[in-house]
Design a protein around this ligand. Structure first.
Ligand SMILES: [Zn+2]
Length: 465
């Protein structure tokens, strides 16, 4: 998922649209691929991810990639896809390049335009997946095709990793890492599905975030049990009341304040452009993360609280079975976003300690913890060069995102992963997962150019090693 870095509330302005007539051949090809990709209804349950992968495979094949370097790995109704651009090996181990082919379900009747038709209007590309993350799928594919045309030989293999269920189960990424490690065994990965540039509401570039850490995701069910009985004969103990008591304890509990290199660097950068009490707290925390007053101000802000600690919050509730019966059980779901480096067990134990031994605390589904990736100077330098090629001089900062992406699975096995989406957007333009999802047309073509610089830098002869 993608998230804006800053919430800003300034005035609206209209960016100058790039007209289709002025596109060069690479841009025109990328636009064509983009419009095809948007048309595949790659929502869960539609079975369209394999069809889209086949279309992509045809594009890679036509550009000269051998069949033996194009892999489609089935997984239930969906697939993962891995495409290898062979290098001469002089630069070291391969580099992974990530995006996902699936999208969040879109209900056409709620949209102003058909979500599965790429519409260019008023300087924007509209359509489900334009932001998250078919633009990323497109710019990686289009650059592989362009680089082949330019006879570029990378110093190390570049490996595109397209997953097929990032928005739901993330099983395809888990499967790749566990069962197809040879295909995706990379030194580090660059992920299109996180990070990116922030524009002010007047269109001025503010900051570019490199996502080096993300929070793990885990849901727990709290359940209370009781013998029940007839509601005309109420007992003192009651499953619903006991669950309510437990929930109040979870509500009151705050996980300890935590930080890493990314936390400090990101608050330093965000603090420089954030006004008022919040900006003050960011700067104070960056200076001294033991500053409890600063941590308390950050904890009051929904967009910031997750950056300094694990958070757990009640999201679902069920209990009882009849109006006139005492409840035999009651269950609440608690969704946790876990700070990088914290084990899932540690969070479960903290919840259990809060609610007491009479309440059952159970992990539901799978959960995967991951560490923050180190701030590699070579990656930061290459990203800076690529960002400055499209937006000269803009500040670059590492960030930790509170959402989770497929990058978790690489980080969990020690493969550093960097969210480096090249799109610059305004906060007010971010509709990923929502209605009328869109990206600025300029942002799309800049993103395309950015990846060309990035790939030829990380794997070019005179590039960073
Ligand atoms: Zn995404």
């Amino acid at each position: 998922m993608l998230k804006p870095l800053l919430a800003s509330l300034l005035t609206l302005s209209v960016a100058a649209p790039a007209s289709a007539a002025t596109l060069d051949a690479n841009q025109a090809q990328a636009r064509d691929i983009f419009s095809h990709l948007i048309a595949f209804k790659t929502e869960i349950g539609q079975g369209q991810v394999p069809v889209m992968a086949k279309y992509l495979a045809d594009q890679f094949r036509a550009a000269g990639f051998p069949d033996s370097d194009i892999h489609i790995i089935p997984h239930g109704e969906t697939v993962a896809m891995v495409v290898r651009y062979r290098g001469d090996g002089s630069g070291g181990k391969p580099i992974g390049l990530m995006a996902h082919m699936d999208v969040v379900t879109a209900k056409p009747e709620d949209w102003q335009r058909d979500p599965f038709t790429l519409v260019e209007e008023n300087g924007y590309f509209y359509g489900r997946g334009t932001e998250d993350i078919k633009s990323g799928v497109t710019v990686l594919a289009a650059n592989f095709i362009r680089l082949k045309k330019e006879h570029f030989v990378p110093t190390r293999d570049l490996v595109i990793i397209y997953t097929g269920d990032e928005e739901t189960s993330q099983d395809t990424m888990e499967d790749l890492v566990k069962n197809h490690r040879d295909l995706v065994d990379v030194e580090y990965a660059l992920n299109t599905d996180a990070g990116g540039g922030e524009l002010s509401e007047s269109g001025k570039p503010l900051v570019f975030g490199v996502q080096t850490a993300e929070k793990a995701y885990a849901s727990f069910e709290l359940t209370t049990h009781n013998a029940g009985g007839h509601s005309s004969l109420p007992r003192k103990d009651n499953a619903i009341y006991e669950l309510a008591d437990a929930l109040k304890k979870v509500q009151a509990y705050q996980f300890p304040v935590m930080w890493n290199d990314t936390t400090i660097a990101s608050f330093k950068a965000l603090g420089a452009t954030t006004q008022g009490k919040l900006g003050e707290a960011m700067r104070a925390f960056a200076k001294d993360p033991h500053d409890e007053a600063a941590a308390a101000v950050l904890a009051d802000e929904p967009s910031e609280v997750g950056k300094t600690r694990t958070t757990c919050v009640a999201t679902l509730l069920r209990g009882g079975h009849a109006d006139n019966a005492l409840p035999q059980s009651a269950t609440a779901t608690i969704n946790c976003r876990i700070f990088p480096g914290v084990a899932i067990d540690t969070v479960q134990k903290a919840l259990q300690d809060q609610v007491g031994s009479k309440v059952e605390v159970k992990l539901v589904g799978k959960a995967i913890a991951s560490d923050a990736s180190p701030l590699r100077p070579d990656v930061m330098a290459a990203v800076t060069k690529a960002v400055h090629a499209i937006r000269p001089g803009v500040a670059i900062t590492p960030i930790q995102e509170s959402g989770a992406t497929d990058g978790l699975y690489f980080r969990a096995v020690g493969i550093p992963t960097y969210g480096v989406n090249g799109m610059f957007m305004k906060t007010s333009d971010a509709f990923a997962h929502g209605l009328n999802e869109r990206v600025p047309v300029k942002g799309f073509y800049d993103d395309l150019a950015y990846w060309h610089v990035l790939l030829t830098t990380v794997a070019g002869k005179s590039g960073t090693k």
